[in-house]
Design a protein around this ligand. Structure first.
Ligand code: BGP
Length: 488
């Protein structure tokens, strides 16, 4: 018998900008992802804009805002995969029906901030946007699927990014709080679970990629994080005021790391890497204050933050109710020249000889998930949800379906790891696999990096019927849910 509780929340996850499309419909304004081009395995995605009167673009990572003074622009000769995505905006009923067929208990989705506040700084929300998500939540309710709602998933309103830069102005805190309050008031009774910022730690974690690690980049990232921590804390407070039943979580990108060798210097380097990449954000959001090692992190890069006494109070008053994270892979940290390096997007540093790597260079490591769950539960003693996990792969259509045993294998191993962690006492409440329906990849902008149980007929250039098709994994996951994790 598996150890999962009988009300364990099995389901899947997506984000508005990666599934909805309808980017200019229903009164929606442009978000930063709407000016992000498609990348590829080799090439990054770009943000397109006008700066100093000139058309420009800059390589970007998920969640990044505009450079100071830039005006985001959609250019006709560029392809923006999020504009149509998989058209969930018009097909949500069909998609939710398929989720219900699999037996989903929970569906993690995000709200596009720009459907609610098209430019970000309006005083009144856009009714059409509010109505859209109400219809989605009502549809979920029909099937007893609990929504788990990410308030901000890598898509700041372009208007705010132009006005205030990439979270470099504390006015962003008020804009976010205003937006969150509208949601909490509007969807009372329809939604119970909320997440404040998707993968909040990516602001600092992604600094490791490329040659980006300047003091200026760190100053920017830590200041952005501070304002987001306060915004998150104020949202937690507001949620509890508006409905004491609301459960609000943080969301951390859980790329764990190990020391690359037995050299004590590597143990220390890894500990410091974990502090920066994983614990910094989790500690502030779950414990309500900055940890001791924050000073070391700031000093390393001459960072000086704007933090007020009121901010400190807000952080303490707005601790999250649960800890959630995405989990795809682990990485190695070493002070030595690695024997072999990992390629691919967002995969880090040295290659681990004990692990297999995906086509995008992400290391499959189910033991790492058990380790992380046990570590985090001990550290915070909060309920946990794993809100993203999965294998991005190129699927082939064969006899009208996809035989994705590789995906089933990956998920099976990770469910087994969760089962062990629960058996060891971890209070794990739910599991939502990433991209339960194929969607636009956040990192590459490709459709061909697929995670879903449901195949969507669309390619990297925007061609295809958008028809939905259950893969082998669809029927496998249905069985897993029906047996509450017993039959894997
Ligand atoms: C997480 C993001 C998701 C998502 C997933 C897979 O970082 O929260 O939005 O897309 O990773 O990443 P990718 O799409 O780059 O394969």
């Amino acid at each position: 018998m598996a150890n999962f509780s009988k009300d364990f929340l099995w389901g899947g996850a997506t984000a508005a900008n990666q599934v909805e499309g309808g980017y200019a419909q229903g009164g929606k304004g442009l978000s930063v992802t709407d000016i992000q081009t498609a990348g590829s395995y080799e090439a990054p995605r770009y943000l397109t804009y006008v700066l100093d009167g000139k058309r420009q673009k800059i390589a970007s990572v998920p969640g990044q805002g505009l450079p100071h003074g830039a005006k985001g622009e959609v250019f006709e000769d560029e392809y923006y995969p999020n504009h149509e995505a998989i058209d969930f905006y018009h097909r949500y009923k069909e998609d939710i029906k398929l989720f219900a067929d699999m037996g989903f208990k929970v569906y993690r989705l995000s709200i596009a901030w720009t459907r609610i506040f098209p430019n970000g700084d309006e005083t009144k929300p856009n009714q059409e946007g509010l109505d859209f998500y109400r219809r989605v939540f009502e549809e979920l309710k029909k099937y007893n699927i609990e929504p788990l709602v990410t308030i901000s998933h890598y898509e700041d309103p372009l208007g705010l990014s132009e006005k205030y830069g990439d979270w470099q102005d504390r006015k962003m805190i008020d804009e976010y709080e205003k937006y969150a309050r509208v949601l909490f008031n509007e969807y009372k009774g329809l939604v119970k679970y909320w997440l404040t910022f998707n993968e909040i730690n990516s602001a600092v974690m992604f600094l490791d990629f490329g040659d980006n690690g300047t003091d200026e980049a760190y100053q920017h990232a830590y200041q952005k994080l501070h304002y987001q921590f306060v915004a998150s804390a104020r949202a937690v407070k507001a949620a509890h005021e508006i409905d004491p039943n609301y459960v609000v979580g943080n969301m951390i990108c859980g790329i764990i790391s190990y020391p690359g060798t037995t050299d004590p210097k590597d143990q220390l380097a890894n500990r410091h890497a974990l502090e920066k990449n994983l614990y910094y954000c989790g500690d502030v959001q779950a414990k309500g204050k900055y940890p001791t090692y924050a000073k070391r992190l700031w000093n390393e890069h001459n960072v000086h933050l704007d933090i007020t006494e009121q901010d400190k109070q807000d952080l303490m008053d707005g601790k999250v109710d649960m800890y959630t994270f995405s989990y795809y892979m682990s990485s190695l940290v070493t002070t030595h020249e690695p024997e072999e390096k990992v390629g691919g997007n967002f995969s880090m540093g040295a290659k681990n000889p004990y692990l297999n790597y995906s086509e995008w260079g992400w290391a499959t490591d189910a033991d790492g998930l058990e380790l992380y769950l046990e570590e985090i539960y001990d550290r915070y003693e909060l309920p946990i949800m794993v809100v993203e996990n999965g294998l991005g792969a190129v699927d082939k259509l064969e006899d009208g379906t996809v035989h994705d045993d590789y995906r089933i294998d990956y998920l099976r191993q990770h469910i087994e790891a969760m089962d062990k962690a629960v058996g060891n006492g971890v209070d794990l409440r739910g599991y939502t696999t990433w991209g339960c329906i194929d969607c636009v990849s956040a990192g590459t902008g490709q459709m061909s990096k697929r995670y879903g149980f449901i195949y969507v007929d669309r390619d990297d250039n925007g061609n295809g019927s958008l028809d939905r098709l259950p893969k082998d994994s669809f029927y496998w996951y249905k069985k897993v849910i029906a047996t509450n994790g017993d039959d894997l």
